[in-house]
Design a protein around this ligand. Structure first.
Ligand code: F6R
Length: 249
């Protein structure tokens, strides 16, 4: 009988400790291979992780000079200088403060004139870099990972997607109003994410408790995209006590 891989679940003592655990996993990956390929996420959850990585770089403990990065997603219509674009976020939170080579950082281009060609090239670039060693993920309240909304297929690839009302609403906190939130995005697919050698999903706060429980203990179902990570051999969930509070097992 084939054994299904079980995820590693780390319940940290609080949100800050969850960031430290996640930063440690990235640190470990870079220690094993300084030329690692990292998959990166934006959003509120990883901000503490990036702060720690910057601190460790400044303390001389980390070197990003050989690292290659691929971000999960980007809003269509927002350029790198737009304050809410994910390229801008990454520059502000991490890239501008460490010695990563700009040409080795990849964020989907929200202004690409030919999106279908761009997404194909993005997948090719990941392949050419040797695949993703560690993919960092957050999780939406509806289970989305990257911008793979409920209903996304396990085999989906990098593509253009429509955002759901739930996500537009959740992300409107970063814009002046919900009307300003772009309606479309480019996202890595779930199939693309599943090819990463290691996946670290980080979640904090009570609002994520239900979806974390469903993702780990419910059925693997496209209704909850994060549940499709089940069975990946290198999957780790890093949680704080609040986001872990609905787990039964
Ligand atoms: C961000 C991303 C999203 C977020 C998710 C959670 O690149 O892909 O899926 O990870 O929306 O966002 P926060 O961390 O703000 O709760």
């Amino acid at each position: 009988m084939n054994k299904v891989a079980q995820p590693t679940i780390v319940v940290a003592s609080n949100k800050e400790d969850a960031a430290r655990c996640t930063a440690d996993l990235i640190h470990e990956t870079l220690r094993e291979n300084p030329a690692s390929v990292l998959g990166l996420a934006t959003g509120g959850t990883p901000i503490g992780v990036y702060r720690l990585l910057v601190e460790r770089f400044l303390a001389g403990e980390l070197d990003f000079s050989a690292v290659t990065t691929f971000n999960l997603d980007e809003y269509i219509g927002l350029g790198p200088e737009h304050g809410q674009s994910y390229r801008y976020f990454m520059q502000q939170q991490l890239f501008d403060h460490v010695n990563v080579v700009r040409e080795q950082t990849h964020v989907p281009n929200g202004l690409a004139s030919d999106i279908s060609r761009h997404v194909t090239e993005y997948e090719e670039q990941i392949q050419q870099a040797g695949g993703i060693d560690l993919q960092l993920l957050g999780i939406g309240n509806n289970g989305h990972i990257a911008f793979n909304e409920p209903g996304s297929a396990a085999a989906s690839r990098t593509r253009k997607v429509d955002l759901t009302e739930n996500t537009i609403e959740a992300n409107s906190r970063f814009f002046e109003s919900a009307e300003d939130v772009p309606r479309h995005a480019i996202t890595m697919g779930i199939g693309t994410i599943l090819e990463s050698r290691r996946i670290v999903l980080m979640a904090t706060g009570k609002a994520k408790a239900q979806v974390v429980q469903a993702s780990l203990e419910g059925p693997a179902d496209p209704v909850n995209p994060a549940s499709l990570l089940q069975g990946h051999a290198g999957l780790t969930f890093v949680l704080d006590p609040e986001s872990a509070s609905e787990l039964q097992l």
